[in-house]
Design a protein around this ligand. Structure first.
Ligand code: ADP
Ligand code: ZN
Length: 517
C-alpha cells in the first residue's frame, strides 16, 4: 500500500497537507525528523500513517495521560489497533495489552515518558524484545527548559536513541522558537535529523489587542456578539478563573472554570462538557488546552498578559481548527507586564532569567505594536511574511496611512551616520536637532542632524517603532538596545520600496494599546 492509499483507506482524506508526505517518506526510510507544525496542522498523521505501513510497533510518547485515551479511541475507530499504558489501568488490562503486544497485534502504543524510563524498567526491557519500528515524541518542546512548558520527565528521553538504536525518532511540536528547536535536537540526540517547519500562519484567526481598563465589561461586550459560540478565556490565576466563570454564569453564560487545582473528576467533567458543547465557555489557566482537539472554538480571550509569544500563540491557535474565521483578543495593561517581570526572575539562574525577560519583552512589544500583528508574530517565529495581513486589528482599523518613505529614509540615514550604535531616544533627539549636551559635538556636524526637526518627538518614536515592526530596523538584544539596519533598510534607502506610515491625526487610540517606550 502506498502512503496515499493508506491515507484514503484509514483516514478518509484525499490529499496530504503541508509537508506531511515528505515527513512520512523520511520516517519510512528510517531517518530521524523534527516536525514543527501549528496546532491543528495535522501532526498526528505524520506518525500514525507510517505506523500503519510499517510492520511493527510505533511507540508514541505523550505527556498527558488524559489525552491518550481520545487518540487511541479514534485510531481504533479507524481500524488501526492501538492502546495506551498508564497508571489508571488495572493489572488485568495491562496484562491484556502486553499479550497483544507480544502477538504483534498492536500498531501503536501510547505511553508517558516517566513510565518508559521510570525506576521500574520492566516495560523498557519488554518493549526492547518487540519489533519497534518508530518512536514518536509528541509535544517535544516539553524537553526544553527555555520552552514555556518544561517537563523534567522529558529529559529522560535523551536515552531513547541508545535504547532503540536504528529506530527512527519523530519529534513533533506546535511551538518552538529557534532556541527551543535547538534544545530539542540537542537533548534528544537525534541522528542527522531532517527538520520540517510548516508555515505557522493561521490565516483564519484575527488578532486583536485592546487596552485593559474595565476588563469584565470589555469581555461582556465581546461575548455579546458571540452568544452561541464556543470559546476559551485565559486568566493568569486559578482564583480569577473561578471568579470570572461565576460572574459569567450570573450574566447568563454557560461557563465553567478549569485549572490544575480542581479535582480530576471536576476537570474531566468540565472538559467533557466543553467538548460536547454543553458548556460554551471555559475560563482557564494555561493548564487547559494541550491536546484538546475541539474544532469549533471560535475565540480565545486573554484577560491577562501571557508570559511569552510561544505560549500565547499556542493558546490562540486553539481557535478555529476547522478553518473558519475565529478571533483572538488580548486585554493588555502595562501593570501586568510589571507583575510578570517579577515572576520571570528565576532565583540563582541569571541565564534563564535573562531569557524569560527577553521573551516577556517580546510579548509586551506585541501588545504595544503599531503595525501588523501577524507580521510581528511570523517574524518572531522567523517566518518570512512580506505583506501586511489585512486581518488583524491594525490592518482592519481605519488608520490613514501615508507615504512615509522620506521619513523612513531620514531615520535610516541617521542610524547609518551614527554607525548603528545608538538607541531610539538618542536617534530621535539627533533627528530633531536637539541642543542637549547629550548629543556628541561631532554628531552635531553631521548632515542628518536636525533633518527631522519638523516632526514631534512622539511621532518620531512611533515611526521608529513602526519601522522596527516592519523590519526596516532591528533592536539589539543587549542593554544598549541600539538600532541596526537590516536587509530591508537598503530597499527603503535607495527608494526601491515605498514605506507606509500611520498618520498621527487619525490613530484610533481606543482600538490599539498605547505605546510606551
Ligand atoms: P495537530 O496535532 O497538529 O494539532 P491533528 O493531528 O490533531 O493536528 O490534526 C488536526 C485535524 O486535521 C484533525 O482533525 C485531522 O484529522 C485533520 N487532518 C490531518 N491531516 C489531514 C489531511 N491530510 N487532510 C485533511 N484533514 C487532515
Ligand atoms: Zn495585520
Amino acid at each position: 500500500m502506498t502512503p496515499l492509499q493508506a491515507l484514503q483507506k484509514y483516514f478518509g482524506y484525499s490529499n496530504f497537507r503541508h509537508s506531511q508526505e515528505a515527513i512520512i517518506q523520511h520516517v519510512l526510510s528510517k531517518q530521524d525528523v523534527m516536525v514543527l507544525m501549528p496546532t491543528g496542522g495535522g501532526k498526528s498523521l505524520c506518525y500514525q500513517l507510517p505506523a500503519v505501513l510499517l510492520n511493527g510497533l510505533t511507540i508514541v510518547i505523550s505527556p498527558l495521560i488524559a489525552l491518550m485515551k481520545d487518540q487511541v479511541d479514534s485510531l481504533n475507530l479507524s481500524g488501526i489497533p492501538a492502546a495506551f499504558l498508564n497508571s489508571s489501568q488495572d493489572p488485568d488490562e495491562q496484562k491484556d495489552i502486553a499479550i497483544r503486544l507480544k502477538n504483534n497485534q498492536l500498531r501503536l502504543l501510547y505511553v508517558a515518558p516517566e513510565r518508559l524510563f521510570g525506576k521500574d524498567d520492566r516495560l523498557m526491557t519488554f518493549l526492547k524484545t518487540l519489533e519497534v519500528v518508530q518512536i514518536a515524541i509528541d509535544e517535544a518542546h516539553c524537553i526544553s527548559q527555555w520552552g514555556h512548558d518544561f517537563r523534567p520527565e522529558y529529559l529522560m528521553l535523551a536515552g531513547l536513541k541508545n535504547e532503540f538504536p536504528g529506530v527512527p525518532v519523530i519529534a513533533l511540536t506546535a511551538t518552538a522558537d529557534k532556541l527551543t528547536q535547538k534544545d530539542i535536537l540537542d537533548k534528544l540526540n537525534l541522528h542527522k535529523p531532517a527538520v520540517f517547519i510548516s508555515s505557522f500562519n493561521r490565516e483564519n484567526i484575527t488578532y486583536r489587542v485592546n487596552p485593559k481598563n474595565n476588563s469584565f465589561n470589555q469581555l461582556i461586550n465581546f461575548l455579546g456578539q458571540r452568544k452561541e459560540e464556543s470559546g476559551i478565556i485565559y486568566c493568569l490565576s486559578r482564583k480569577s478563573t473561578e471568579l470570572l466563570a461565576d460572574n459569567l454564569k450570573d450574566e447568563g453564560f454557560a461557563a465553567e472554570a478549569y485549572h490544575a487545582g480542581l479535582t480530576n473528576d471536576k476537570k474531566a467533567k468540565n472538559q467533557e462538557a466543553f467538548l460536547r458543547d454543553d458548556v460554551k465557555i471555559i475560563v482557564a489557566t494555561i493548564a487547559f488546552g494541550m491536546g484538546i482537539n475541539k474544532s469549533n472554538v471560535r475565540y480565545v480571550v486573554h484577560m491577562d498578559l501571557p508570559k511569552n509569544i510561544e505560549g500565547y500563540y499556542q493558546e490562540t491557535g486553539r481557535a478555529g481548527r476547522d478553518g473558519l474565521p475565529s478571533d483572538a483578543l488580548l486585554l493588555y495593561s502595562p501593570g501586568d507586564a510589571i507583575k510578570l517581570r517579577k515572576f520571570a526572575t528565576v532565583e540563582n539562574n541569571a541565564e534563564q532569567s535573562a531569557i524569560m525577560l527577553k521573551k516577556l519583552d517580546d510579548m509586551v512589544g506585541y501588545c504595544q505594536l503599531h503595525a501588523c500583528r501577524r507580521q510581528y508574530l511570523m517574524q518572531y517565529f522567523d517566518e518570512a511574511f512580506p505583506d501586511t495581513c489585512g486581518s488583524c486589528d491594525y490592518c482592519l482599523s481605519e488608520f490613514v496611512k501615508f507615504d512615509g518613505t522620506l521619513i523612513a529614509q531620514k531615520a535610516l540615514s541617521a542610524v547609518t551616520r551614527l554607525k548603528e550604535r545608538f538607541g531610539v531616544t538618542y536617534i530621535v533627539d539627533f533627528l530633531r536637532g536637539s541642543r542637549s549636551e547629550k548629543i556628541w559635538p561631532e554628531h552635531k556636524e553631521l548632515k542628518t542632524y536636525g533633518a527631522g526637526a519638523d516632526i514631534s518627538k512622539a511621532d518620531w518614536q512611533r515611526y521608529l517603532r513602526e519601522l522596527i515592526a516592519m523590519g526596516y530596523l532591528r533592536v539589539t538584544d543587549d542593554a544598549y538596545a541600539s538600532l541596526k539596519l537590516t536587509a530591508k533598510s537598503e530597499l527603503a534607502l535607495k527608494g526601491l520600496q515605498k514605506v507606509e506610515l500611520i498618520s498621527s491625526q487619525t490613530t484610533d487610540e481606543k482600538e490599539i494599546a498605547p505605546l510606551d517606550f
